[in-house]
Design a protein around this ligand. Structure first.
Ligand SMILES: Nc1ncnc2c1ncn2[C@@H]1O[C@H](COP(=O)(O)OP(=O)(O)OP(=O)(O)O)[C@@H](O)[C@H]1O
Ligand SMILES: [Mg+2]
Length: 462
């Protein structure tokens, strides 16, 4: 590690040089700011130990310049014993720590060691953050279909605003991915906090979101910050907002209107600066008609609606996604890039993907795990994809060797069910109506033929 010592007192410079060289540091020493600036240009130090007053200027100005150029340098200021003001100024200008003259050398060693620790932690955070940002830049969200292109352009236009966004779409269409992309392109400095509103009972959801005071209810042993606080200056992602109770909806409405939250058991409200992104895989206008979703809340969250189309309505994205996931999993496993046979790709392109991109991602992962050769084939495709993809041949000629009538009728049924689902965008009740079937038996067969995902099934059972 490199340490730069900036002090005009030659004896102190020499003393510190000897001490820290013994500690294993590479040392540069500079008597003036001009020398110090030159040293920083030459070779970026990890830590700078800098006197406050130098013959050619103030150490604080130098500190500011250095931090501007390289925020990750740790700077420890050496201040005059008498002045607490200069110590405060130094910290404000970005110093990691300070020590007052005259000092105990052991104390200085501890301060420098701590500064290094802090710096390493910060570097790591910086690294993690940029890795995260990288992950949610648009290069990782695949889609060349006009529908997806339009969504990317909306996301780019609205990311920097703080407007509320409502993302709708079937399970696995990429709602959370888009929500994160909005946050990481927003320039908002706070966190992205995500909560699944459908997964928690109402009282728990309330204290998760808003926090609670100590003793607010049995079990509230200590006070707790809510997620709205966690997301201050950042973004909160309210997933499955359609699953909340109407009582909860009133509370959310209040936050959205006034941007204040009240902890459970508290009388006071606090301001929060949070961008809200909500998501749903329900048709909320239908929920409004049914009386399970408040219209006023709907208008509050539906400021910028983003509707993610199901994968079967943007089939041109399928090959790109397949290539993307092959690359992703192969590089994660550290194996050479695999290719996919054209038969397998054809089946994948034809399948209706009720579980959307998530299902596709899982299927690709599974193919890579199952097939050791360089080429992924139909062999490792799940049966549902193979059957659903290759629409069975229906014939009215009786072949020489006969036919299984049951299988044949089943194939015809499957084709019509797929077509009906296609036409209604996956809405099973409507698809059943189109086929003059009861919803129950439609669901039974859809499940049996694996035409619907498990999530869709759970949803319709509610
Ligand atoms: N356009 C896309 N490009 C690349 N990966 C995608 C895309 N859309 C979705 N994915 C991937 O598919 C998976 C599912 O996406 P995500 O979790 O965002 O879906 P969701 O709509 O929130 O689903 P659910 O409603 O089930 O929670 C994730 O692993 C995500 O990275
Ligand atoms: Mg999700």
């Amino acid at each position: 590690m490199d340490l730069l010592i900036v002090d005009d007192e030659a004896s102190l410079r020499d003393f510190l040089t000897i001490v820290f060289e013994n500690e294993g540091w590479q040392i540069e020493a500079a008597p003036t700011l001009a020398d110090a600036r030159a040293a920083v240009q030459r070779n970026e130090p990890d830590v700078i130990l800098c006197d406050l007053m130098l013959p050619d200027g103030s150490g604080i100005d130098f500190l500011r310049d250095v931090k501007m150029q390289n925020p990750s340098v740790a700077v420890v200021m050496i201040t005059a014993h008498t002045s607490t003001k200069s110590a405060v100024d130094a910290l404000k200008a970005g110093a990691t720590d300070y020590i007052a003259k005259p000092f105990d050398i052991e104390e200085l060693k501890v301060i420098v060691a701590k500064a290094v620790e802090r710096k390493e932690l910060e570097d790591e955070n910086l690294h993690l953050r940029s890795a995260l940002e990288e992950r949610f830049t648009f290069s990782n969200i695949i889609g060349r279909s006009p529908k997806m292109q339009e969504i990317f352009s909306i996301v780019q236009r609205i990311a920097k605003t703080s407007s509320t966004v409502l993302i709708s779409g079937e399970s696995g269409t990429g709602k959370e991915l888009i929500a994160r992309a909005i946050h990481y392109n927003s320039g908002r400095r706070g966190k992205f906090v995500s909560i699944n509103c459908g997964a928690l009972p109402e009282t728990l959801l309330e204290s998760e979101l808003f926090g609670h005071e100590r003793g607010a209810f049995t079990g509230a042993i200590r006070e707790k910050r809510g997620l709205f606080h966690e997301a201050d200056r950042g973004t909160i992602f309210l997933d499955e907002i359609g699953e909340t109770s109407t009582a909860m909806q009133i509370k959310l409405l209040r936050v959205l209107q006034d941007r204040v939250v009240r902890r459970v058991g508290s009388n006071t409200e606090t301001n929060v600066d949070v961008r809200v992104i909500a998501a749903t895989n329900r048709d909320l206008s239908e929920s409004i008609r049914e009386g399970t979703f408040r219209e006023d809340l709907f208008y509050r969250i539906n400021v910028i609606p983003i509707a993610l189309p199901p994968l079967r309505q943007r089939r041109e994205d399928i090959p790109l996604l397949v290539e993307h996931f092959i690359a992703k999993f192969c590089s994660a496993l550290g194996v050479p890039q695999k290719r996919i046979s054209s038969d397998a790709m054809r089946a994948i392109e034809k399948y209706h993907w009720p579980g959307n991109v998530r299902e596709l991602e899982n299927v690709v992962e599974r193919m890579i795990a199952l097939e050791l050769s360089d080429i992924l084939t139909t062999k490792s495709l799940p049966e549902a994809v193979l059957l659903g993809g290759s629409i069975p041949d229906v014939t009215f000629d009786l072949p020489q060797d006969g036919i299984s009538l049951t299988d044949h009728l089943e194939a015809i049924g499957k084709i019509f069910m797929l077509k009906a689902l296609e036409r209604t965008g996956g809405v099973q009740t409507q698809a059943a109506e189109l086929l003059r079937m009861s919803f129950r038996s439609f669901r039974y067969y859809a499940k049996k033929y694996e035409l619907i995902s498990r999530d869709a099934e759970v949803e319709s059972e509610k």
